[in-house]
Design a protein around this ligand. Structure first.
Ligand code: HAS
Length: 544
């Protein structure tokens, strides 16, 4: 990675890991309080829902966005060459806007003026500075995405007719996905929440705001997932000494994510009145399409692992498995994430199934689902990446001791999450609600059944916090203290014999048209219905 690009990528890493520490601490407080054995303030003056807001925003929004931008910038610089000065200036402007926005939003949450959880749904109302802060984070991230897209097109111009480097292509697809999805939340914040919070309008249409949010919100989860897939497709094969199974398959799966991440948001609103059953059904069916690229990814990963295991002499149906480099944290930590994604993805399919959603919606099952997906599959992959990316950027090396600690942190995370997420799933099936403080609900018998699971969650959550402390130790070492040297940025080549990549996969005009058509198809009628049935006085979404 070019030295100047490395500085920009590292700036993102600092923010991401500070967010991990503070957000993780908030998570620990939460599981302790929910177990019923501890009460806040625990010496500090802060409420449960405030802690929950800090936890969700710092980990789901800030850690992810900053890490992803830093990783993508480094990936493009490594595979397509250094950014130009102008592109880098755009990037730095984006970074500072995101940082100022984060500080503004965080200040409001800490002042208890924005205790609105990470989804900031109306009718929960925050101070206008919180919404302004969020808007700045979004605009800043757009600049960072534009920087990456400009670099891609410059590369294409300078290398006419050639297939772009796979990591660069993947980062660009994710940037396009992010810009397209965050338009939804930008409209919600600028035209509904901000004017409402400023007192310019008295009421806003809640259903419309939630629909705009989930248009953004489900694609958001793939914005988190795709950088993990970048590492799974391109980095992990190199770490194990193997090859990418197929460049074309990897690109196709990214394009499928781009197309099918959008027309599915209503599967988060299956229990909401005001959206016709037909459109819910359409989006449920389309949700099953977005499962396909993940199944393709699973297939491709198994193929890569098997090919490499056999190259190393593995025999029999599963004999190749033990030959993989289990001692290497750059492999083991993301691998634990991959394993977690199997039940995590299966849980997603349960959520998406129209009828079964009635059982699990708004229960702590859903919290269990996203702790396996974003908080294990994605998070562990990001940590596995950080273990080589940070020393690569700071000119240091991952020593055997730090590598060992990396494995310890991954295993601790896996155990902690197994306990916490399993008990969340089980309690959810017994009806325990999500997003709720410890309560026996007036002595309801059912609520007593949930308590053992809540205690198990506290045990799992405590192990997770210990894992975070180990990770923070490793990161601090890798930034300031590990021995100077050169750490590899692993990028695998495509397996010999893989088919040629069809040029159409880089034709973003075609994919753009299909993407817009799918969004228009899935959302036009539901939005027209919502606006035309909007309660008097809420004025749809225009403040005038
Ligand atoms: Fe989800 C709710 C449906 C994937 C995150 N999801 C959430 C929320 C979050 C979230 C944060 O339909 C809560 C939002 C809120 O606050 O309300 N989700 C799905 C479906 C998928 C899915 C169908 N979700 C994700 C991912 C996330 C994420 C990815 C974050 C990164 N989700 C839902 C639905 C809801 C929902 C409903 C709303 C519920 C409600 O009622 O509120 C699919 O994309 C999943 C497909 C994945 C697979 C797994 C493939 C496996 C792979 C690993 C291979 C492993 C290897 C290792 C090679 C089919 C790729 C092998 C080794 C061995 C040893 C075996």
């Amino acid at each position: 990675v070019d030295g100047k690009d490395a500085k920009l990528a590292m700036a993102h890493m600092y923010v991401a890991f500070i967010a991990l520490l503070l957000g993780g601490l908030a998570g620990l407080l939460q599981v302790l309080v929910r177990s019923g054995e501890f009460t806040l303030p625990l010496g500090i003056k802060i409420g449960y829902y405030q802690v929950l807001t800090v936890h969700g925003i710092l980990l789901a929004l800030i850690l992810t966005t900053f890490f992803i931008m830093g990783f993508q910038i480094a990936s493009i610089s490594r595979t397509a060459g250094a950014f130009t000065n102008v592109q880098r200036k755009i990037g730095w402007t984006g970074f500072w806007l995101m940082l100022v926005g984060t500080a503004a939003a965080a200040a409001m949450v800490l002042l208890n003026k924005a205790t609105v959880l990470y989804t900031f749904y109306a009718p929960l109302k925050a101070h206008w500075i919180f919404y302004l802060g969020l808007a700045l984070v979004v605009v800043g991230s757009w600049l960072l995405c534009i920087m990456q897209i400009l670099k891609y097109y410059r590369w294409k111009k300078e290398n006419k007719g050639q297939t772009s480097p796979l990591l660069t292509y993947m980062a660009v697809v994710n940037s396009i996905l992010w810009i397209t999805c965050s338009l939804g939340v930008a409209v919600e914040v600028l035209f509904q929440l901000l004017p409402w919070s400023l007192g310019l309008v008295e009421r806003v249409d809640i259903l419309l705001s939630r629909t705009l949010f989930w248009y953004f919100g489900h694609a958001l989860v793939y914005f988190w997932l795709l950088p993990a897939y970048m590492a799974w497709y391109v980095v992990v094969p190199k770490v194990i000494g193997g090859h990418i199974f197929s460049d074309a398959l990897a690109r196709l799966s990214f394009i499928l994510f781009l197309l099918f991440s959008f027309p599915v948001g209503i599967h988060h609103q299956l229990t909401e009145p005001g959206i016709e059953g037909f459109w819910k059904f359409v989006q449920v069916v389309l949700t099953f399409f977005v499962v396909i690229p993940s199944l393709m990814t699973a297939f491709s990963l198994f193929a890569t692992f098997e090919m490499r295991g056999r190259e190393l002499g593995g025999k029999g149906v599963l004999g190749w498995f033990k030959n993989l480099p289990w001692g290497d944290a750059r492999f083991l930590v993301p691998f634990i994430g991959m394993v977690a994604f199997i039940p995590g993805g299966a849980g997603g399919i349960v959520n998406a199934s129209y009828q079964m959603n009635q059982l699990v919606h708004n229960t702590i099952w859903v919290t269990g689902h996203f702790h396996l997906t974003v908080a294990t599959a994605v998070a562990l992959t990001f940590f596995g990446v950080a273990f080589w990316l940070i020393p690569h950027l700071t000119g240091r090396t991952l020593t055997p001791k730090l590598n060992y600690l990396g494995n310890v942190s991954g295993i601790l995370w896996g155990i902690g999450m197994l306990i916490m997420s399993l008990s969340m799933h089980l309690a959810g099936l017994l009806g325990a609600p999500r997003r709720s403080e410890y309560s026996t609900y007036g002595g309801a018998e059912m609520a007593y059944d949930w308590i053992p699971y809540q205690i198990a969650q506290a045990v799992g959550g405590t192990i997770l916090f210990i894992a975070i402390l180990v990770i923070m130790y490793i990161v601090v070492q890798l930034i300031w203290f590990a021995p100077k040297g050169e750490e590899e940025f692993p990028v695998a080549t495509v397996a010999p014999g893989a088919e040629k990549t069809p040029a159409i996969l880089e034709n973003f005009k075609i994919w753009g048209v299909i993407l817009v058509a799918l969004i228009v198809f899935a959302y036009t009628m539901p939005i027209i219905d919502i606006i035309s049935n909007s309660p008097a006085g809420s004025k749809g979404f225009m403040p005038w």
